[in-house]
Design a protein around this ligand. Structure first.
Ligand code: SF4
Length: 336
């Protein structure tokens, strides 16, 4: 099977060069072509010898795929559909704002986590994306040059595909790669503890934890992951790290009417997050025909937000983008 060069780290490429008997510096040249010049063919790597290029064409390829569809929301949000191996599709959302342009990438085809409120979760799991498949979502859209931020909040659970996610973030942040500051990248998780621990130890990117309910028994009803990795365990792990510096910790809290949107829940959330340097992003649940939940009333959201702010937790209501094209949180399905 041929190797996808896109997504390979410098160390991976050095190993490949050693195996092929290429000089060690060829790995650095490959990085330049892949990540600085972002070529999409091995033949374009003109400072490699013809023999090297011929050999690379035999054993490797550059996994660049252009999106097969782009839907544009009335608010300017764009949803791209990309083909990935095994005849599947994934979705990527481009969110332009006044001061920034964020890309929300997928890391798996579907998802195993089965969160009750999520369209992706209801699709089941069809496989992991490679680091190359993840990076292709950035490299193969026309807005690449304008991107200021990347969030791993599309289809899939990043900590359940941690090797690929760490390789992709390494490419994005290393000087041999794109050289981005890790502050431009946020990775989300429902709290898969082993993957999360590796992420905390091996990356400096921001973290967003999907919390959604501070009451364990209630959280379990909508997020099956709570059984294997209870929120208490996740919070205990997070408390072992220092969040007072550049690296940011945030909690995502999707609000469902009559379920987790009252002040009792707000108080329990404050209690659960005590002592953690963090912020909370409230997300208004987007009603969909299949999900048994409703959107909270605006006054409940406001009261909840005020309660957190009064108790010293920076809390914002995330603006909903791209709802008309099903690009909003929890609505990605990857359907052709
Ligand atoms: Fe998976 Fe995230 Fe959807 Fe949960 S919310 S099922 S982790 S994609």
């Amino acid at each position: 099977m041929k190797t996808n060069l896109l997504g390979q780290t410098l160390i991976h490429l050095q190993a490949l060069c050693a195996e092929e008997g290429f000089p060690r510096f060829t790995a650095k040249q490959l990085c330049d072509w892949l990540y600085k010049k972002r070529v999409d063919s091995i033949d374009a790597m003109t400072n490699l010898s013809l023999a090297q290029r011929a050999r690379l064409n035999e054993i490797a390829y550059i996994g660049r795929e252009t999106p097969v569809r782009c839907q544009v929301s009335k608010d300017g949000t764009k949803k791209y559909l990309f083909p990935v191996p095994d005849s599947h599709f994934i979705e990527t959302v481009f969110i332009p704002e006044a001061e920034r342009a964020t890309l929300c990438v997928s890391c798996q085809v579907g998802c195993k986590m089965g969160c009750l409120f999520c369209v992706t979760g209801r699709q089941g799991f069809h496989g992991n994306l490679s680091a190359g498949d993840i990076l292709n979502q950035l490299f193969s859209i026309p807005e690449f040059e304008s991107l200021t931020n990347v969030v791993f909040m599309g289809m899939g659970e990043p900590m359940d595909n941690i090797d690929a996610v760490l390789s992709a973030t390494q490419v994005l942040t290393s000087d041999w790669g794109l050289g981005w500051s890790p502050k431009r990248i946020t990775v989300s998780t429902v709290g898969i503890v082993p993957g999360l621990k590796r992420f905390l130890d091996e990356s400096q990117c921001h973290l967003a934890v999907s919390l959604h309910n501070p009451v364990a028994a209630e959280r379990l009803q909508v997020m099956p992951v709570q059984k294997a990795y209870p929120l208490d365990e996740v919070l205990a792990l997070l408390r072992e790290y220092d969040w007072s510096g550049q690296r940011r910790l945030s909690f995502e809290y999707t609000m469902f009417r009559g379920i987790n949107d009252d002040l009792a829940h707000a108080a329990k959330l404050v209690e659960a997050l005590k002592g953690l340097d963090c912020r909370v992003n409230l997300i208004r649940f987007h009603e969909s025909p299949e999900a048994p939940f409703r959107t909270p009333v605006p006054s409940a959201i406001q009261a909840f937000q005020n309660h957190l702010n009064r108790n010293g937790i920076v809390c914002t209501l995330r603006a909903s983008r791209g709802q008309d094209i099903e690009a909003a949180c929890g609505l990605l399905a990857g359907k052709e």
